[in-house]
Ligand binder design. Structure first.
Ligand SMILES: [Zn+2]
Length: 306
């Protein structure tokens, strides 16, 4: 006797009942078909889901790539702006070097790159467009590095030059030794006030009250601070670079031989010592051993620099 399995289908709405009887073999075949359909459906659903995710990834990557290319382009533009700014610094560098008598850096040298292991190395996994942008950016950065390095060296050279100039200027007599007092009897032949004979006057006389401060006119070292014949109490300063100054007829000397003095420092007071008929300062400037007219070396604005 065959084994059957019966299924009852009852419809309450129509108040009917249907009965379907299936043999065990048919039921097994139907079960296999149903399981196969279910498996195929699940596999297709998984495949579709993976395709959907892949499409989403592709769309996202394409969007990211577009944004990255846009950012690279912005970066390239920003670097070009830096180059434009640097052109201003190069022009300034040229002006400064010309002013200080230093040869300008050749324009081609400014545009040289320094280079390095990663410069202009193509990335095989990037598009040609992205590679071109990256190469341009690398080249720009390379040239900027060179410009920055050259500017740093140039500034150092300019600074050394300026410091040397400032050092030299500090040692050149250039201010009034008794600020505010008018210049009297000058450099040249004149009637000597004591002998009444025509005689060369090797300095400039500056009338001032006894005790008025005498300022040294440049940085230097006291080479002599003592009585000096007709000059009376005298201070002599060696400023280097061939410059020396002499301050005669002092009342008091406030420095001693070997002292280092700074421009504007008070070194003595006005007096009437030696061959002098009234309190005044006899001021001399010597250049390379030759006594010269001090007037061009006196700042008429009476400013005393510290
Ligand atoms: Zn004099």
């Amino acid at each position: 006797m065959k084994n059957y399995t019966s299924f009852l289908f009852i419809s309450r709405k129509r108040n009917t009942m249907h009965r379907i009887s299936l043999s065990a073999r048919l039921l097994k075949v139907l079960s296999i078909i149903g399981a196969s359909i279910l498996s195929i459906t699940i596999a297709l659903s998984v495949y579709n889901a993976r395709v959907l995710f892949a499409e989403y990834d592709i769309r996202t990557n394409a969007h990211d790539n577009a944004i990255l290319l846009e950012k690279l382009d912005s970066l390239r533009t920003a670097l070009h702006c830096f180059h434009s700014d640097f052109d201003e610094y190069i022009a300034q560098d040229n002006r400064q070097r010309t002013f200080w008598g230093i040869e300008c850096i050749h324009p081609d040298i400014w545009l040289m790159g320094i280079g390095g292991p990663d410069i202009k190395k193509p990335q095989s996994n990037l598009s040609r467009q992205a590679n071109a942008m990256l190469n341009d950016i690398y080249a720009s950065i390379d040239i900027l590095k060179n410009k920055s390095y050259l500017r740093k060296l140039s500034l150092r050279e300019l600074n050394d030059k300026i410091e040397n100039k400032i050092y030299l200027w500090a040692h050149v007599p250039s201010v009034h030794p008794v600020p505010g007092r008018p210049l009297g009897s000058g450099f040249g032949y004149r009637v000597d006030p004591i002998t009444k004979k025509i005689k060369m006057h090797w300095g400039v006389d500056i009338g001032a009250p006894r005790g008025a401060n005498i300022h040294v006119t440049a940085d230097g070292v006291v080479s002599s601070a003592s009585w000096h014949g007709g000059y009376g109490l005298t201070v002599e300063i060696n400023h280097g670079f061939g410059y020396k100054t002499r301050y005669g007829h002092c009342q008091r000397i406030l420095v001693k031989k070997g002292d280092v003095v700074k421009r504007g420092q008070v070194i003595a007071t006005v007096g009437n010592t030696g061959r002098s008929i009234a309190p005044h300062l006899h001021y001399e400037v010597h250049v390379s051993g030759v006594k010269v007219n001090p007037r061009p070396y006196i700042d008429v604005s009476d400013v005393v620099f510290n």
